[in-house]
Design a protein around this ligand. Structure first.
Ligand SMILES: [Zn+2]
Length: 230
């Protein structure tokens, strides 16, 4: 069962269209798998639509009062245009593409989430049991990837200066804080230190805005992995 969800603030920013494409896709993917967040998003979206409608109404009221004296000069209000404007909000338009797109890591094939169908994938690189395919979003210091861990693999204990989103697309992994399953949305910042391992293997969608910093002994020498995963 999914236990880790985006915060309310993140969902709100998602609905308001304020998130970078990488995080926005992460929330869309999670919501596809999580009825709780789907419901929350639907409610927030409704509120945004209502607020924008109330704004239009308040605007019209004021306009009508102001022009009360010469009704005949009043321009015709284009209601079709008004509805178009309201529904043009990013929060409401979601193009659903129904073609399945697959990706393979180590001869295992996965179906990509809908939100990633139209994104370009870079070539896959490997270090040990880790494989990474970069998602080309051109968001400067924000890097987005698909990270595959073979059974028994893991990432050495590390911390971040920025944030790190790990969204489990398939399989499971665990760290000091517990076990994570498909759909879990795990957002960490520089205060967290962790050492994820995946006994059964997993595929994750990751977004980070800073290289990983290894915190223990020999792992400090493994900085190429840091930029590999970031
Ligand atoms: Zn959720």
């Amino acid at each position: 069962m999914i236990k880790h969800h985006p915060t309310f603030e993140l969902l709100k920013s998602f609905v308001d269209g304020e998130l970078p494409a990488s995080l926005s896709a992460g929330i869309a993917i999670h919501a596809d798998m999580c009825a709780v967040c789907q419901h929350q998003i639907a409610q927030l979206t409704e509120q945004v639509a209502e607020a924008s409608f109330e704004f239009e109404e308040a605007f019209l009221d004021r306009f009508i009062v102001d022009s009360n004296d010469d009704i005949e000069d009043m321009p015709v209000i284009n209601f079709d245009q008004m509805i178009d404007d309201i529904t043009a909000s990013n929060a409401l338009t979601e193009t659903v593409v129904k073609t399945e797109k697959q990706i393979s890591f180590n001869e295992q094939s996965y179906t990509l989430p809908n939100a990633l169908h139209n994104m370009d994938l870079g070539r896959t690189t490997h270090i040990g049991k880790l494989s990474r395919a970069r998602i080309q979003l051109d968001e400067n210091e924000i890097h987005t990837s698909l990270l595959h861990i073979q059974p028994g693999g893991g990432v050495p204990e590390h911390t971040h200066k920025g944030f790190e989103l790990t969204l489990l697309l398939d399989g499971s992994f665990e760290d000091e804080n517990g076990q994570y399953v498909k759909g879990d949305f795990i957002m960490l910042n520089g205060d967290h230190q962790h050492h994820p391992i995946s006994p059964e293997g997993c595929l994750c969608y990751t977004v980070a805005n800073d290289a990983l910093h290894f915190t223990q002994g020999i792992n400090k020498l493994l900085n190429p992995i840091g930029s590999f995963i970031y």
